[in-house]
Design a protein around this ligand. Sequence first.
Ligand code: SAM
Length: 219
Amino acid sequence: MSDSRWEAVDRYFIDALVGTDAALDEALKESDAAGLPSVSVTAPQGKFLHLLVRIHGARKILEIGTLGGYSSIWMARALPPGGKLISLEAEPKHAEVARANIQRAGLANVIEVRVGKALDTLPLLEGPFDLVFIDADKSNNPAYFQWALKLSRPGTVIVVDNVVRDGAVVDPTSTNESVLGVRRMVELMNSEPRVSATAIQTVGGKGYDGFVLAVVNGS
Ligand code: SAM
């Protein structure tokens, strides 16, 4: 099946079930206009994250990798009153665009964007978080997973995006840093008794990829 078919199916479900709104559409438009790469989650994936926040009853969310704030807005909209989302972003320009998008979405009091390399800003955070969404430089996924665990409690949900990479994840000879980052993280998860995890392959407007879904086990 072709990418254009995947896009058409995404469009069908966006129109039929997912919906979007002015603030989310504007966030994508402004991110494009500012020259940010078009690597945010798709609308169906954004809605999936939104529903996950609701299903889990999350009140405190950590996101690693803000870009223009598109996934942050989807998730923050599912938070109850008093909920909080902290999003870590290395690029000051991305953070600036994200803050403007977040402001327009009326979520400036809910989402805090912290600028800096995540490995520098993670140690300054206070957990536990109810849900962690990892979506930054994939080579650091093993370290981000370890930080997510450190900042977790039993029941914390961890989602890691872009783990399939057009199928490249199954190539044990790959020297691609992103693929290696995903594979090392998966090995860590596999040997970590504190988490239970799965991975789901996805196709859609952004091609063939997938995500890891993990939960921190009870003590
Ligand atoms: N989660 C966003 C969404 O779906 O709307 C997309 C995030 S994009 C895939 C990855 C982001 O991670 C980029 O904005 C990039 O600048 C940021 N990033 C890359 N390396 C980083 C690092 N070391 N620390 C924090 N952010 C980083």
